[in-house]
Design a protein around this ligand. Structure first.
Ligand code: XMP
Length: 528
């Protein structure tokens, strides 16, 4: 891509992805690289600006992540944040020391508003601080442009050289004018025009895919999730029928979901591609007979997916490209993009499956964040219900059924879940009407993820005049930002009651409904 670009050099800070997002929110394209990236590579990329992130180390300690002085002499503006600010000062001849007290949290800061990086920022406002070390002596040529009661150099600059060292975190929302500060840097100081948009992403990517793929054949495993669906949309627009999508219905999808995927991507849908649906329900149920240990279930379902996909791929024969819906957080979490510790080894990244005969891998979403993937999906004309779909685990309902998975239990959990989703949607719609809100607004109680699971508990009940001995369904609903921690959502009691009575009346085999109040930790979001 020849578009203007900002490079974020990652020193292991926890907010590195956030920095990249904020830059993209300024309509400027941005990528994260490890601080180990060679200077020549940086020069080659010809960025309009460089941002150094925070990090957990002390820059004066031996072996701490560093960068050569040359970086600051390229004539490219550099913004150092937290550790990045300290490192810039340290490398350029200033002094960084351990402070007596850690400065942490929301902190009132006084700004020199004549500095171009603080244009439009009030003289006093709140920033987010998180540091032990501080810049005790500025590097030659630098001047102080912000301070707090505890931090004499909350920000410093060498304006003529385009160097800015900021001790706090403008990328964090707690910093009241953080967005403005980053905007001032990328759009003002770096002079970026701000032309990065989703429609231009779709257009350029389609063009690039066409050039790269030529007359080649492409194979994509389509799950019906957001990422693989958007990848399918892009590839279909680029190469049409040269793309084959294999959709494996493992019989553990939500109610009607298999048909919904087919409606969008199948022959009656609006995308130009070859769509193969494999109805492997019986095969999966067969493999799962007698298995109740959750990890074992996950393994069986995962392995069976590979087997089914492999068989289909064999029928197609040699393909030139295997496409994957890998997105940017997958790349970073796998430790391939930035410097942060490997959080999970993502199945999409790194290891290539060896069971399909292909020449190259293509990952058209590799540089996008989730919300950007969604915007690209809308741009491509994918239905909103698909684009804003809740997260759904690969092993599907297989891990929302405690104990052995059977076809009967799958139907119970599908039906209960469908009612639950329907009632939540109705209640949210009702709220919008009453409060005069738009379709994009959500009530405060609206969970970020919610579903029904089937417990392995059967108990006595009474229905009509008859004794029953049936299953208990568990409703789960959580509020979460990153899915790493979560709280139970406070769904209005009336809504829960309605769901309960509908499930008991409409779903055979259920006579009790529980609501799971457990937060994560100690619980997980899924109930397996
Ligand atoms: P837990 O249960 O670990 O779930 O708190 C956190 C988030 O991850 C989703 N999840 C998965 N997603 N494959 C996925 O793609 C999986 O195997 C898987 N397991 C859990 C879960 O739905 C929640 O959003």
């Amino acid at each position: 891509m020849t578009q203007e670009k900002i490079i974020v050099l990652d020193f292991g800070g926890q907010y590195n992805q956030l920095v990249a997002r904020r830059v993209r929110e300024c309509n400027v394209y941005c990528e994260i690289y490890s601080y180990r990236t060679e200077i020549d590579k940086i020069k080659e990329m010809n960025p309009k600006g460089i941002i150094l992130t925070g990090g957990p180390n002390s820059c004066y300690e031996e072996g701490a992540p560093t960068y050569s002085k040359e970086l600051f002499e390229l004539g490219i503006p550099v913004l150092g944040l937290c550790y990045g600010a300290q490192l810039m000062s340290h490398v350029l001849g200033g002094k960084v020391e351990r402070a007596e007290n850690r400065e942490y949290g929301k902190t009132l800061t006084h700004f020199d508003t004549s500095s171009p990086v603080f244009k439009g920022v009030p003289a006093d406002s709140i920033v987010w601080m998180s540091h032990f070390d501080y810049i005790s002596k500025l590097a030659p040529g630098f001047k102080t442009i912000a301070k707090t009661d505890n931090c004499p150099a909350a920000a410093a600059s060498f304006e003529e050289k385009g160097l800015y060292a900021i001790q706090f975190h403008p990328e964090v929302l707690h910093t009241e004018y953080g967005k403005e500060i980053l905007f001032n840097f990328v759009r003002g100081i770096c002079g970026c025009a701000g032309t990065w948009r989703m429609d231009s992403f779709v257009e350029t990517t389609v063009k690039e895919l066409r050039e790269r793929i030529g007359n080649g054949k492409v194979l994509l495993a389509l799950s019906g999730g957001v990422d693989s669906s958007v990848a399918a949309g892009l590839l279909s627009r680029a190469v049409g029928k040269q793309l084959t999508c294999v959709f494996v219905d493992h019989g553990l999808l939500r109610k009607n979901e298999g048909d919904e995927v087919e409606a969008v991507f199948g022959p009656k849908g609006s995308f130009d591609l070859n769509f193969i649906r494999v109805n492997a329900q019986e095969r999966y149920y067969g493999k799962l007979v007698g298995v109740s240990e959750p990890e074992k279930k996950r393994k069986i379902i995962g392995e069976e997916f590979i087997r089914v996909f492999e068989e289909e791929a064999k029928k197609i024969g040699k393909v030139d490209f295997l496409a994957q819906g890998t997105i940017y957080p997958d790349v970073v979490e796998s430790g391939l993009g930035g410097e942060s510790a490997v959080i999970k080894s993502h199945h999409n990244v790194g290891g290539l499956p060896d069971y399909v005969d292909f020449k190259e891998i293509v990952e058209p979403l590799r540089n996008l964040f989730k919300d950007e993937v969604r915007r690209a999906g809308l741009e491509l004309g994918l239905p909103e219900a698909l684009v804003f779909r809740q997260p759904f685990p690969g092993p599907g309902l297989g891990i929302r059924i405690i104990g052995e998975v059977t076809a009967e239990k799958v139907t119970i959990v599908q039906d209960a879940d469908y009612i639950y989703r329907e009632e939540i949607a109705k209640a949210a719609e009702e709220w919008r009407k009453q409060e005069n809100k738009t379709a994009a607004d959500r009530p405060a109680w609206m969970p970020d993820q919610y579903f029904a699971a089937l417990t392995n508990v059967r108990s006595v009940g009474v229905m009509g005049d008859e004794r029953t001995y049936d299953y208990a369904v568990c409703l789960r609903a959580v509020k979460t930002i990153d899915f790493m921690t979560a709280e139970a959502a406070e769904i209005p009691f009336a809504v829960l009651q309605k769901v309960m009575s509908r499930i008991i009346n409409e779903v055979r085999g259920v006579n009790r409904v529980f609501y799971d109040l457990t937060s994560k930790p100690p619980g997980t979001i899924e109930m397996e």
